[in-house]
Design a protein around this ligand. Sequence first.
Ligand SMILES: NC(=O)c1ccc[n+]([C@@H]2O[C@H](COP(=O)([O-])OP(=O)(O)OC[C@H]3O[C@@H](n4cnc5c(N)ncnc54)[C@H](O)[C@@H]3O)[C@@H](O)[C@H]2O)c1
Length: 241
Amino acid sequence: MCTGGGSGIGRAVCQVLAREGAKVAVVDQNEAGANETAQLIGADASKAYTTDVSSSSSVRELLTNVQTQFSDVPTVLVNSAGITRDAFLLKMKEENFDKVIDVNLKGTFLVTQALARMILENKIQNASFVNIASIVGKIGNIGQSNYAPSKAGVLALTKTAALEFGRMGIRVNAVVPGFIDTPMTSTIPDKVKDSLLQLVAMGRMGRPEEIAEACLFLASDRSSYMTGTSIDVTGGMPVGL
Ligand SMILES: NC(=O)c1ccc[n+]([C@@H]2O[C@H](COP(=O)([O-])OP(=O)(O)OC[C@H]3O[C@@H](n4cnc5c(N)ncnc54)[C@H](O)[C@@H]3O)[C@@H](O)[C@H]2O)c1
């Protein structure tokens, strides 16, 4: 199961998981995006779900529908749903602070909690959760006094969930993207993009697939002794961190 599966990194994650033989629940608030991803993968390997991850009732409904329609409980979760609402701190509106925390941090919490409960109820022993954080959650970013703390929170939530779930067979890790070419970054003016790329050792933006491959590693048994940790996929941004 992958949230934010209707676009960008989430879509690439869905495609990579399906490539490896998984049946994928494509979860997104954007119905058209989720449907498009499911169509790209094929109806035999995926189903689309319209869900708002920041709403506990929407998440509960999602889990019930996924279990019924797949006749199974997901053992892989990638939390990729996320938003930005950028403004300088002095001008940041309270509602935009709350909204970003609600989707990025609370949404990750709600889906994690709901699926972990279902996994335990069904006595499943081996599951892997992957949270998409961000490098700005480690280093901060001008204009993102809502987004950067939401992603720092995702990293702390990852470690906490790993501690609580470690003996229950659920591993929880994070992938930390740098500057990735998706609809989220497409509106950034070229001048700003150029200055951000100065900070990237490899001198280019990442591709969604490059994040998805790291998610696949953490989702798979190849990372069977990893939990509570994170993998930076930033092309070296900033070098030395
Ligand atoms: N693009 C980057 O440079 C970058 C860098 C670091 C981290 N990230 C993170 O990667 C993740 C994916 O971002 P992306 O670049 O693919 O962006 P994107 O905008 O292409 O995709 C995000 C998806 O999340 C969905 N979404 C938003 N709010 C939702 C909600 N309440 N419930 C369910 N779905 C919701 C959107 O509809 C969209 O399909 C996000 O968590 C983002 O913060 C992105």
